[in-house]
Design a binder for this molecule. Structure first.
Ligand SMILES: Cc1cc2nc3c(=O)[nH]c(=O)nc-3n(C[C@H](O)[C@H](O)[C@H](O)COP(=O)(O)O)c2cc1C
Length: 368
């Protein structure tokens, strides 16, 4: 599972994402000990502030955070990096700032403290300004260029799904000399409102993360992979090895995991690394390149899709007891159940495909 990413030799493509689980040297070591190919520090800024309280909410599927970066001053990161770094560890420093020179200053400091690469976190959805930067290709160019010109280690830029043209921003990173991009950062959200108290779950807008953002991360990674030739790191909603493979199949060379570590601890990294290794062995995959981007050939533009006269069919698997899910969800009224047998009216079925995903026993199929 060895992976060459940003010119770094990773023992596997699993990276612990930037966040408070990597808030200091001791925590970074936990990710390394769990088997991660690399670990990214919590984002380091020049005006380290105390955290607001509360700052993290969870609704059972996704999380919202208003955590505002590392509360350790940049100079003190020397000590944390000394603790974090060991012979076989790869530590990427995440830095954020509002101006190119401030960003370059932080990157230079972290290079001096032993970081193997830099991730520019210029796409936070908390506060409006960085979200605006993330969509502005010229600003991203200036920031990336200033950092690249001042350090020798590789620079990866973390992109936002909120950018209207993520490909344009990724192209800009390449033009500025960036070694890669990671996508996606959290997405601006309000997780919910308590209707008894009329209070939102957290007192300001925050970043949405976890399983529900995975489809958005996958789309961003695929879009970049189809349009820009640049090393890519997939992020968003990864909770198991299959999710990591989804990102890799859409063009990612490595992936990052955040919320899943926050909810389950670093053991989730060990499990994903082990499961992925097993999958590589079982499928006789010797190099990640054999699977990287393989799903892209099945991903067409809407205009390329031909309208075929295909309809759904059902096999002879037993239905789940008292299950009516396929019938209830067939908006074309094509599915009936007669004497326990599912019947599909081929005249009424328009081949939408929804029932395939609804059926709990996977009895219904539409081949395309
Ligand atoms: C509590 C929390 C704090 C985070 N802090 C940072 C941060 O300091 N810097 C950063 O670039 N991203 C930060 N993120 C975003 C994650 O690195 C990641 O991009 C995002 O959560 C999506 O991945 P996930 O669904 O695996 O969490 C944070 C996410 C969470 C949930």
């Amino acid at each position: 599972m060895k992976t060459n990413f940003l010119g770094l030799k990773l023992k596997n493509p699993i990276i612990v994402a930037a966040g408070p689980w990597n808030r200091d040297g001791i925590n970074i070591r936990k990710g390394i000990a769990a088997g991660a190919g690399a670990v990214i520090t919590e984002t380091i800024v020049s005006d380290a502030l105390l955290d607001v309280r509360p700052r993290i909410a969870y609704n059972g599927t996704g999380a919202q955070n208003i955590r505002l970066y590392s509360d350790i001053q940049v100079e003190s990161w020397q000590r944390e990096m000394d603790i974090a770094k060991s012979k076989d560890s790869i530590v990427i420093a995440s830095v954020s700032a509002h101006t190119p020179s401030e960003l370059a200053y932080l990157a230079m400091k972290m290079e001096k403290f032993g970081a193997d690469a830099i991730e520019l976190s210029i796409s936070s959805p908390m506060g409006e300004s960085l979200e605006v930067v993330a969509s502005n290709a010229d600003r991203v160019y200036q920031m990336t260029k200033e950092v690249v010109e001042n350090i020798k280690i590789p620079v990866m830029v973390k992109l936002s799904q909120n950018a209207t043209n993520i490909s344009k921003v990724a192209k800009t990173v390449k033009k500025a000399g960036g070694s890669g991009v990671s996508a996606i950062n959290t997405i601006r959200c309000i997780l919910g409102v308590d209707i008894e108290t009329m209070k939102p779950m957290l007192p300001t807008y925050g970043g949405y993360s976890g399983v529900p953002i995975r489809p958005l991360g996958l789309a961003s990674v695929a879009t970049i992979a189809q349009t820009v030739d640049i090393p890519l790191c997939g992020i968003g909603g990864i909770e198991n090895y299959k999710n990591a493979l989804e990102y890799i199949s859409l063009g990612a060379s490595a992936v990052q995991i955040g919320t899943s570590v926050m909810l389950n601890g670093f053991d989730v990294i060990t499990k994903i690394v082990n499961d992925l290794e097993k999958w590589f062995d079982e499928n006789d995959i010797k190099d990640i390149k054999e699977i990287r981007g393989q799903a892209l050939k099945h991903l067409k533009s809407f205009e390329e899709i031909k309208i075929e006269p295909i309809t759904c069919h059902s096999d002879d698997k037993e239905c789940a007891e008292n299950c009516h899910l396929c019938m209830n969800s067939c908006i074309y009224g094509a599915i009936t159940r007669e004497e326990g047998i599912i019947k599909i009216d081929k005249e009424k079925c328009t081949g939408c495909g929804l029932c395939n995903f609804i059926c709990p026993v996977k009895k219904l199929r539409l081949d395309w």
